[in-house]
Design a protein around this ligand. Structure first.
Ligand code: ATR
Length: 269
């Protein structure tokens, strides 16, 4: 049996075990994916290595600190400053090496690419935290034009500087225009389901609106956007596609997208 899993704290509510185990079962692969909460990251990492884990997801609060233990960090993950995927591989010299990737940006890009051609699009990002970094650097990788806005201006300007893109302050939003808008903040997440990260009256200016919040699946932002004729993309898409990118890295097999999405939907219920 090949071992896979996720490390995080908390990790009990992760949807990833259901998603990956469903994919293994569907393809008849002899793999198992388990949630783990290491008391100490270093001990946990060495444990994964000595137990022969093949692939591991990394979530909050370990995405940045885990980079200290990895033998080789992928260049985009390095730019983002966070790793969410570990791949353990035996080298020619027999050494067990750990490679670190970030698949969050692959997930957001693939989700958005269902609705637009990223290389010719402008995307407004709401937020400046870890998720915004992954989404932002991902969009730049794909050749998109990026705009950033954030509640705390200083943090937003910091990210905009790193992405080498414009920052829009609150008073500039009413005249802002982009092909897509993506919320990378937790605004709208249950239990504060009525909250929106931007004045809904402005949504008509964005033909595509994506949320990374997936509980509820239909956030108020997406409902308001739909009412104004925007095309919407829910937060499970990013989770699903980042998981699919992990699956391909770990197994070399095409990811069964429909099966993975169905498993996520069932787990959310
Ligand atoms: P993550 O790593 O999940 O992205 P984070 O680093 O804590 O989380 O970042 C959270 C982001 O959501 C920030 O951009 C934060 O805005 P501030 O920089 O002003 O804190 C944004 N955010 C969280 N709660 C918010 C709220 N109620 N209204 C607006 N923005 C909010």
């Amino acid at each position: 049996t090949q071992l896979f899993g996720i490390i995080g704290n908390p990790v009990e509510h992760s949807l990833s075990p259901a998603m990956h185990n469903a994919a293994f079962a569907h393809l008849g692969l002899n793999g198992v994916y388990i949630p783990m909460r290491p008391a100490d990251l270093g001990d946990g990492f060495r444990g994964l290595k000595s137990l022969g884990f093949v692939g591991v997801s990394v979530t909050v609060p370990f995405k940045v600190a885990v980079m200290d233990y990895i033998d080789e960090v992928d260049p985009v993950a390095r730019k983002i400053g966070a790793v969410n995927t570990l791949l353990f591989r035996r080298d020619q010299d027999g050494q067990n090496r750990c490679l670190g990737y970030n698949t969050d940006w692959l997930g957001s890009n693939q989700a958005l690419a269902e609705a637009l051609d990223l290389a010719t699009s402008t995307v407004l990002i709401i937020g400046a935290g870890g998720a915004a970094r992954a989404v932002g650097f991902g969009l730049i990788e794909a050749g998109a034009r990026v705009l950033v806005t954030n509640r705390t201006e200083s943090k937003g300007r910091d990210l905009a500087r790193q992405l080498n893109c414009p920052f829009l302050s609150a008073h500039e939003l009413p005249t802002a225009q982009a092909d897509a808008l993506i919320n990378t903040t937790s605004v709208g997440m249950a239990p504060k389901k009525e909250a929106v990260p931007i004045d809904p009256a402005l949504l008509a200016r964005f033909p595509v609106v994506m949320d990374i919040v997936y509980a509820p699946l239909s956030t108020r932002l997406l409902v308001e956007a739909k009412q104004r004729g925007c095309r919407t993309i829910d937060g499970l898409k990013m989770l699903q596609y980042q998981g699919a990118a992990q699956f391909i890295l770990w197994t070399g097999r095409e990811a069964p997208h429909a099966v993975m999405r169905q498993a996520l939907l069932e787990e959310l219920r």
